[in-house]
Design a protein around this ligand. Structure first.
Ligand SMILES: *Cc1c(COP(=O)(O)O)cnc(C)c1O
Length: 358
């Protein structure tokens, strides 16, 4: 049988593993921070109509610059953004990869603060960008001093700051983002995949864009928009940044079907985001429930909760799985991460936790 070792694979990819969150068919899947609420039926109908219209034009390549979609994202984000300041791709993972293709690469480095999103080192490896992991403060917080010091020592070409951070839920203050920008010699990317789940009034790094041409704010439709399967991520930045990304994207990378589906979903953003309030409530129930069972939880601005005090993560993982519940071992000792599901799913999780906690 042929193995990877038999192939002329790039040296730095030898021994590495692909992204691998388990995909098991279980009744209660709370392991990859999806929005477990489905798309409202009326919205689904409009998406189908929009996609059906696009099907008739599939003999032609799609709008390479996806101008209508960029305008729709600009309108959704507000903050005085224009279509030229928006970029999109097949999930924010592809957006982040394109950023590294343009601003990272051989001889360059990407810094982030671990524990953080497990895809960052994989994206670095795939683009031959050197990965630099810096440490967080107590309880996974990140102060302006900590980021400034780490960036000044390493002088990375690209910095990724995830806020709220996956897998810890930690929010970053704008003071920390400003400090990182001022210290960074290169690009600063704030990954706001979970921004919509933050409490109302929480400031976004979008506020900091004016006058900061090395700042990029990345977003996705995969989480709050319940659109993970459609694969749509996007960013806001100076229009020169989006011009730079046009140098590395594949031509026509966003299919006409994707553009049509995303446009229809954005026309209904209020309905699509209506469940966010409930998800925040379930997040609160999870934190309170786990605390009362004796676990430690961390303040979360996202749709998941990290908890510690787990004597054996494998045993807990298996115990929950036997009850049809999937959560995530994120590789932090004695800690696990659970996504906030619907009220019923959350109840099932808390009841199972109570049964499994002695
Ligand atoms: C889920 C997630 C994303 C979204 O990835 P997509 O490719 O848009 O589905 C991006 N960043 C972080 C930190 C995430 O957790």
């Amino acid at each position: 049988m042929t193995t990877l070792d038999d192939l002329p694979l790039r040296e730095e990819l030898r021994g590495s593993s692909p992204y691998g969150a388990p995909q098991a068919a279980v009744p209660v899947a709370l392991n990859v921070n999806e929005n477990t609420h489905g798309i409202p039926e009326s919205v689904a109908h409009d998406i189908v109509t929009s996609v059906a219209g696009a099907v008739l034009g599939l003999n032609r390549y799609p709008d390479r610059e996806f101008r209508e979609l960029r305008q729709a994202f600009a309108n959704y984000l507000g903050h005085g953004l224009s279509a030229e300041q928006i970029w999109a791709a097949n999930g924010s993972n592809e957006v982040l990869q394109q950023i590294l293709l343009a601003f990272g690469g051989p001889g360059r480095s990407l810094m982030s603060f671990t524990p953080t999103y497990s895809m960052y080192p994989l994206l670095a490896a795939g683009t031959m960008t050197r990965w630099v992991a810096a440490e967080r403060d107590e309880r996974f917080e990140l102060s302006p001093e900590t980021v400034r010091r780490a960036i000044e020592v390493e002088q990375p070409d690209v910095v990724f700051l995830c806020s709220p951070n996956n897998p810890t839920g930690t929010r970053l203050g704008l003071d920390t983002i400003r400090a990182a920008y001022d210290a960074a010699p290169g690009m600063l990317v704030v990954d706001e995949a979970y921004a919509e789940f933050s409490d109302p009034g929480t400031p976004s790094a979008l506020e900091l864009l004016p006058g900061r041409e090395r700042l990029i704010v990345s977003r996705t439709m995969s989480k709050a928009f319940a659109f993970a399967g459609a694969r749509v991520g996007y960013l806001a930045a100076d229009s020169a940044v989006t011009d730079a990304l046009r140098l590395v994207r594949l031509p026509y990378h966003l299919s006409a079907l994707t553009q049509a589906a995303a446009l229809a979903a954005l026309r209904h953003s209020d309905e699509m985001l209506a469940v966010v309030d409930d998800i925040r409530q379930q997040r609160g129930r999870i934190a309170d429930g786990l605390e009362s069972l004796g676990y430690t939880t961390y303040a979360s601005g996202s749709n998941f909760v990290l908890f510690g005090g787990v004597p054996d993560t494998k045993v807990l993982f298996e115990g929950l799985l036997e009850r049809g519940i999937l959560i995530r071992d994120v590789g932090i000792e004695a800690h696990m991460r659970v996504s906030a599901g619907s009220e019923t799913e959350t109840t099932a999780f808390l009841e199972a936790m109570s049964a499994l906690t002695s």
